[in-house]
Design a protein around this ligand. Structure first.
Ligand code: FAD
Length: 392
């Protein structure tokens, strides 16, 4: 196939797409400003002091060695009519097809009191890197008997089970290092991913360390005060020694700059090709896209990167892409050696990516310890496999 493809964002989605396109012989340029990418999967273990941050660091040498062209800059503007990407170094790239996988932006306008400055006192740690280390340090330094508050947003957001894995591992940290300390989880919703499995584990493992407050019990955070280290709901104000505030999110700013984000802040796409419903020849994958029933996960971004790259190869060759099937699996650790998972299979139906009924499922609720241990091991295998395949 002939054609120039530009990929913006070298995370799980974009790096995957760039590899597939390069392998197919297309001229592809991957635009990514950072030299070291910090992976979010397993970053909750870093926060709980169970894993070094260095285990999250991934470089781009593997992609370069594979022959992918990388520009270490960011995309600043996109002209969908002229089919050009303007980079922060002032150069422009022409494209026949553009793939955006820029990830998320934290919404610092959504929760009163929670802006970028507040995030330095009350980390979100929802983009791995300095924020992850900050929260890990705060937790390690917290006095015995202290209170941790974790605030969870409503849907949609990056990694649906992520906050509950984080809650579990913070509770594990408290139970094993600061047995008189406590975690309060304030949730803006009443139901969540793998809920029965998480709640069962919490009852068994953390009855004295984790208090979960759903929306119905007043869990929605109304405002925060980073100076006073307090988190307020409509019913109560919680004083925190450590506060992790995961705010609502939207697609990263380049999506709005390219005019591919709608009023929700996310990007509507065609479920066969991932082409934007708003601007032709721009495709959006990963967390930034509205992928129907598919969750915003690294596993999903990787699957979408492959499907989208194949669709772009077909489109550039004048072929009609076939309807894809995509898989996702999300593992969570509720304690070291205790893993649970949810899996799904998705296909285009009625214009969206829909669940194939009966194809997925979660770990069994009543499973012996051996199954939980196995799933924890699968989770590590998955991380090793996907990071090698994408960044390799
Ligand atoms: P990202 O991985 O965020 O990549 C986006 C890239 O785009 C970044 O490198 C950024 O620098 C770049 N970029 C942004 N704007 C521009 C621009 N203008 N120009 C150039 N480059 C740009 N998923 C799982 O599957 N399993 C898990 O166990 C899991 N655990 C998680 C735990 C936590 C705590 C969190 C927060 C997330 C977890 N996830 C997990 C979710 C996963 O990290 C994301 O879904 C995944 O990273 C999405 O990939 P992406 O390519 O869409 O975006």
């Amino acid at each position: 196939a002939r054609g120039r493809v530009v990929v913006v964002g070298g995370g799980f989605g974009g790096a995957t797409a760039a590899r597939v396109l390069h392998r197919a012989g297309l001229a592809v340029t991957l635009v990514e400003p950072v030299e070291t990418y910090y992976a979010c999967p397993f970053s909750n273990e870093v926060i709980a002091g169970l894993r070094p941050m260095s285990a999250q660091a991934l470089g781009y040498e593997g992609l370069r060695a594979a022959g992918v062209t990388l520009t270490r800059t960011s995309a600043e503007a996109i002209d969908g009519a002229a089919r050009q990407v303007r980079l922060s170094d002032g150069t422009t790239l022409d494209y026949d097809r553009l793939i955006l996988s820029p990830g998320i932006a934290l919404r610092f306008d959504a929760l009163p009191g929670y802006d970028e400055a507040a995030a330095e006192a009350m980390p979100h740690a929802w983009k791995a890197g300095a924020q992850t280390e900050l929260l890990a340090r705060q937790l390690a330094a917290m006095p015995e008997g202290g209170t941790v508050v974790l605030s969870v947003p409503g849907n949609p957001y990056r990694c649906p089970p992520g906050p509950y894995e984080r809650a579990s591992l913070i509770a594990y940290h408290l139970k094993t290092r600061k047995p008189r300390a406590k975690l309060i989880v304030l949730d803006a919703k009443d139901t969540f991913s793998k809920q029965r499995l998480f709640e069962q584990a919490w009852r068994a493992l953390y009855p004295d360390h984790l208090e979960y407050v759903p929306l119905a019990a007043g869990g929605q955070v109304a405002s925060v005060d980073a100076g006073a280290m307090s988190v307020a709901t409509d019913f109560a104000t919680h004083k925190a020694d450590v506060a992790c505030i995961i705010p609502p999110q939207r697609a990263a700013p380049i999506a709005a700059a390219a005019a591919v984000a709608d009023r929700s802040g996310w990007c509507p796409i065609d479920p066969v090709t991932f082409e934007s419903r708003l601007v032709p020849r721009i495709h959006v994958i990963g967390d930034a896209a509205i992928a129907g029933a598919m969750p915003k996960s690294a596993f999903a971004a990787n699957a979408q990167g492959k499907v989208c790259a194949d669709a772009v190869i077909d489109l550039l060759a004048g072929r009609a892409p076939a309807a894809p099937k995509l898989i996702n699996t999300c593992y969570s650790l509720v304690a070291p050696g205790y893993g649970i998972s949810v899996a799904g299979v998705y296909h285009p139906a009625n214009g969206v990516l829909a669940d194939i009924e009966g194809a997925g499922g979660t770990s069994p609720v009543d499973a012996p310890d051996t199954v939980r241990r196995q799933e924890a091991a699968y989770a590590e295998d998955w991380y090793r496999t996907i990071t090698a395949a994408v960044f390799g």
